[in-house]
Design a protein around this ligand. Structure first.
Ligand SMILES: CC(C)(COP(=O)(O)OP(=O)(O)OC[C@H]1O[C@@H](n2cnc3c(N)ncnc32)[C@H](O)[C@@H]1OP(=O)(O)O)[C@@H](O)C(=O)NCCC(=O)NCCS
Length: 120
C-alpha cells in the first residue's frame, strides 16, 4: 500500500474516553482516498460516492501518529475503489498497527457533475 498522509492526534481531535473522534479519522480517510484516487486516475474531478464498512479496530490517543495508506481495488468505467488503512505508528520502535480499515468509491465527474469515463 502507498503512504498518502500522516497526522498527529491533537487535543481538538479527542472525544470521550480520550479516543480520537471517529468522524475526524473519517475526514482524514476521505481526504487521503480522494488525493490518492486523483493521482491514480490523473484527474482532479472526483466526488466520493461510497464509503464501505468502516471498522475502528483500535483506539488512537493524544499525540499518536496516524498514517494513512491506500491501494487501488478496482478501476471501472467512471469509478475507482480504494482500500484505505489507518495505522498507528510507534516511532520509537518503527512498528505500525492498523486502527481502521475501509474502502472508498469515487466517481470522476464532468463540468455538469455527471459521471464521465476515466482515461486508461
Ligand atoms: C457520484 C454521482 C455523480 C454518481 O452519479 P450516478 O448517476 O448515480 O452514477 P452512475 O449510476 O452512472 O454510476 C457511476 C459509477 O458509480 C458506480 N456505483 C453506483 N452505485 C454504486 C454503489 N452502490 N456501490 C459501488 N459503486 C456504485 C457505478 O457502477 C458506476 O461505476 P462505473 O462507471 O465504474 O461502472 C452522484 O451520485 C453524486 O453526485 N453524488 C454526490 C457526490 C457527493 O456529493 N459526494 C460528497 C462530496 S465529494
Amino acid at each position: 500500500m502507498e503512504l498518502v498522509s500522516t497526522h498527529i492526534v491533537l487535543n481538538d481531535d479527542i472525544g470521550v474516553r480520550g479516543n480520537l473522534y471517529g468522524g475526524k479519522l473519517m475526514a482524514w480517510i476521505d481526504d487521503a482516498s480522494s488525493a490518492y484516487a486523483r493521482e491514480v486516475i490523473k484527474s482532479p474531478n472526483t466526488v466520493t460516492l461510497k464509503v464501505s464498512e468502516c471498522l475502528f479496530l483500535k483506539p488512537s490517543k493524544l499525540n499518536n501518529i496516524i498514517k494513512l495508506y491506500c491501494e487501488t481495488v478496482k478501476i471501472g468505467i467512471t469509478s475507482i475503489t480504494v482500500k484505505v488503512e489507518a495505522r498507528r505508528c510507534d516511532v520509537t520502535q518503527g512498528d505500525e498497527e492498523v486502527v481502521c480499515t475501509t474502502e472508498v468509491t469515487l466517481v470522476q465527474i464532468d463540468e455538469d457533475g455527471r459521471p464521465c469515463a476515466i482515461k486508461k
